[in-house]
Design a protein around this ligand. Structure first.
Ligand code: NIG
Ligand code: FE
Length: 398
């Protein structure tokens, strides 16, 4: 089955074309199966079985949300309300979600995570990373990852989210890097640690990440969200694909990131929802650090699944240009997941495309809060097609 997408106002390729976004005009795209087969002058487009008329609108790669916590039960709206009335965010609320998650059935967790994946897809997200981290015992972490794996191949073992209530920290670290890792590794591609005040320190983080690596998992780190700690340095030293948050950075942290393959993944939804200072994206980009944007969707610090919302925050409040923000939400996210088949529109890439209800990518920040995602294709399948439902074989957003 082939599909021709034409009448494109502006094509964001993140590849050959004008500027950072590789913009092209007067071009059409042909999809064969789940891959892009041809991009070229619209007047020379080959015939295809089906046609999608983009209506003069912008077409972009699907968003790559490289950081989300979707397997949980309950919400923490009251905690959010208290924060907006002046309470600080400490990360301690994670334990509230752990209690609700442990008490939920598999089906409740599956339905909630599936609902969030579908919500993200409607907003243009065609790949989403999903972490565990609200089970915090062997069985509940393993089942969280089993459920995450039904929805994405980009699954992350985050047994080291916090030390659960009543546990001894040293014994818990041994559990995470021993039996819990053993039970979770078959369902995980990545291992992550929340290395921060109130969570895990340098030695504990190193021990868990090293054990994960030995087990064949690749690394990502929750780093420097609450304080200027050792997380970013460790992420670089151990070759992590991504250091996430990067809100409090020393000059040495920035230098370490510049000279590395570690992406700085910025999560402005978390600063928005915890009313905290945003990371200094300009400092990072101007220094030459590779940057991604992601939602951090979770019930505590950032309950949004919307990449357009994060793009708007990054532009307005983190002084990223619209082009930098769109690039970070697509090619940047792909890099943070070490993927080269997504995040760009070029021949051979997976056919993950968004048609906007707007003529230019600029509108994603220019028109905040407006539903501008007109159509989404995931692996060449329109997301309103029955084959694209989150739990079908076509569905996983990985
Ligand atoms: O990325 N920082 C640690 N983990 C999450 C917060 C999770 C929660 O508050 O439930 C985050 O912000
Ligand atoms: Fe997170």
């Amino acid at each position: 089955m082939s599909v021709l997408v034409d009448n494109i106002g502006e094509l964001v390729t993140n590849d050959d074309g004008e500027g950072l976004l590789g913009l092209r005009r007067d071009v059409a795209v042909v999809i064969e199966g789940e891959r892009i087969a041809w991009i070229g002058p619209a007047a020379q487009a080959p015939a295809a079985d089906q046609r999608i008329d983009a209506g003069g609108n912008a077409v972009l790669p699907g968003f790559v949300d490289s950081h989300a916590h979707l397997v949980f039960a309950g919400d923490r709206a009251a905690e959010f309300g208290a924060r907006m009335a002046g309470e600080p965010y400490t990360g301690g609320g994670i334990r509230t979600t752990v209690a609700a998650t442990r008490a939920a059935t598999d089906d409740e967790l599956r339905r909630n995570a599936g609902r969030l994946v579908a919500e993200a897809l409607r907003q243009g997200t065609t790949t989403i990373e999903i972490k565990s981290g609200y089970g915090l015992n062997v069985d509940d972490e393993a089942r969280s990852l089993r459920i995450a794996r039904e929805l994405s191949d980009e699954t992350t073992f985050l047994g080291a989210h916090v030390v659960p209530a009543g546990s001894d920290p040293g014994e818990y670290v041994d559990l995470v890097r021993g039996p819990m890792l053993e039970a979770c590794a078959p369902y995980a591609k990545w291992v992550d640690v929340f290395c921060d005040r109130g969570a895990f320190d340098e030695d504990q983080t190193r021990a868990i990440l090293t054990a994960g690596k030995q087990k064949g998992l690749s690394l990502r780190v929750h780093a420097n969200q609450l304080i200027e700690g050792p997380g970013v340095r460790l992420a670089v030293e151990l070759g992590a694909a991504s250091a996430d948050h990067c809100t409090h950075l020393s000059s040495a942290d920035v230098d370490a990131l510049v000279n590395s393959e570690t992406v700085a993944t910025l999560l402005p939804g978390a600063e928005f929802s915890t009313r905290s200072p945003y990371p200094d994206a300009r400092r990072l980009i101007d220094a030459g650090v590779k940057v991604a944007l992601a939602t951090d969707c979770n019930p505590g610090s950032s309950y949004t699944s919307s990449m357009p919302f994060c793009i708007a925050l990054a532009v307005r409040d983190m002084r990223m240009t619209p082009a930098e923000a769109v690039h970070a939400a697509t090619a940047g996210g792909a890099r943070a997941l070490r993927r080269d088949d997504i995040g760009r529109l070029r021949v051979g890439a997976r056919a993950d495309l968004i048609v906007l209800d707007a003529p230019s990518h600029l509108h994603l920040a220019y028109r905040p809060g407006v539903p501008l995602i007109k159509q989404v294709l995931h692996s060449g399948v329109p997301s309103n097609h029955p084959a694209a439902a989150p739990n079908s074989t076509e569905g996983p957003l990985s």
